[in-house]
Design a protein around this ligand. Structure first.
Ligand code: KG4
Length: 358
């Protein structure tokens, strides 16, 4: 089954053709980073206009690279949330129009589920029996979550960020240090050769005597990066000069270490508490070299298999959206075509068998 996926939830205009959920026949992406860079972050108005301008060409490119045509694909998939409302609407309207025009089914997909699913998108991916139950760490520019996957299509949200996402924490740190946008790659690069223990930045939600629960989640499994960000800002203000050279390298290495540790501490807590067969990491921040090394070391220490997204599928892409659509169709969970986008769509909204821990 060949599915044409479309993704426009934020600042990547993407289309892809995927066969049987795992074989990526094409993965066309127009990244708008250069258009947003002067503003230090994503500007929704610019993102929307860019999607309008670029999406038709990106869809054509995805079909052409895959050697497919509108007539030869079996179904369409589109991200309908969460994300920027005006950005989501561009991909959603295009997908809906195409599906109607072609008389083919359209499957609505949750963007976060796409990230979680991306770790399975390789031809040698292990079977469901070998990996479930699995812990998924989803770390993107807009969200950081720990998700317990009991089986295909059965997800339980264990914890999430209560303020910034891990990617956002890196993006904002790069802005404070005048390193540009997006922050994750540039902080990783600048941190090379720096001392990760030079400055002890906070790891979030440590040493607080506030209650055990945040909303309905165990606070020990939730993330907070706002204190870390403030700590960096205070550190830089106290310096009285703009850091450069070794000093800048040390700051970046220490900050990156704190972000990775904050993630690792919570992953290890879940591994100690729940008898999972495997754990995974997906989303833009999962490209980070230090994070990958730390997760790999944790996997060896615990003797629990680790699945990482293939690098081209870490940041936003449409292949992961088509992959989820295939799984949902295979499991009979595709449900009705969504009637509209949902910018606040939660992971628990997307199908049957989803619960949230109480
Ligand atoms: O998954 P993604 O495209 O965003 C959302 O869906 O929200 O990820 C973008 C995020 C940005 O915050 C960017 O700084 C971060 O991923 N990122 C990285 C790296 N490459 C991208 N973070 C850490 N290390 C990297 N190498």
């Amino acid at each position: 089954m060949k599915i044409l996926g479309i993704e426009t939830s934020c600042d990547e205009t993407a289309a892809a053709v995927v066969e049987d959920g795992r074989v990526v026949l094409s993965n066309a992406i127009y990244s708008q980073i250069a258009r947003h860079r002067p503003y230090g972050g994503v500007v929704p108005e610019i993102a929307t206009r860019s999607h309008v301008e670029k999406l038709p060409g990106i869809i054509e490119e995805a079909l052409e690279t895959a050697g497919e045509t509108y007539g030869s694909i079996d179904a369409l998939a589109v991200t309908y949330g969460p994300g920027l409302a005006s950005s989501l609407l561009i991909g959603f309207s295009a997908a809906k129009t195409l599906a109607q025009r072609l008389g083919k089914p359209l499957v609505g997909v949750n963007h976060h589920e796409g990230h979680l699913h991306s770790v399975f998108m390789k031809e040698d991916a292990p079977s469901d029996e070998a990996v479930f139950p699995m812990l998924g760490l989803m770390v993107s520019g807009g969200d950081s979550s720990l998700v317990l996957m009991h089986g295909a299509g059965q997800y339980e949200l264990l914890g999430s960020t209560i303020d910034d996402a891990a990617g956002e924490a890196l993006d904002k740190a790069a802005a404070v240090l005048n390193l540009g946008y997006p922050g994750g790659p540039v902080i990783q690069k600048t941190a090379e050769g720096g001392d990760p223990n030079a400055i002890r930045f906070p790891r979030g939600l440590e040493g607080s005597d506030r209650g055990k629960w945040i909303y309905k989640y165990d606070r020990n499994l939730c993330f907070s990066f706002s204190g870390l960000k403030t700590s960096l800002l205070t550190h830089v203000k106290n310096l009285d000069h703009a850091p450069e050279g070794d000093e800048l390298r040390d700051i970046c290495a220490s900050y990156q270490e704190a972000v990775c540790d904050a993630l690792l501490i919570r992953v290890e807590r879940v591994l100690d508490r729940f008898p999972v067969k495997s754990f995974s990491c997906a989303g833009g921040v999962s490209l980070n070299k230090v994070l990958r090394e730390k997760l790999t070391a944790l996997s060896a220490k615990k003797g629990i298999a680790l699945l990482l997204s293939p690098p081209p599928l870490c940041t936003d892409n449409a292949a992961m959206i088509a992959g989820v659509a295939y799984e949902k169709t295979r499991l009979g969970l595709a449900g009705e075509e969504p009637s509209d986008v949902n910018p606040n769509l939660r992971l628990a909204d997307w199908g049957q068998g989803c619960t949230e821990s109480a």
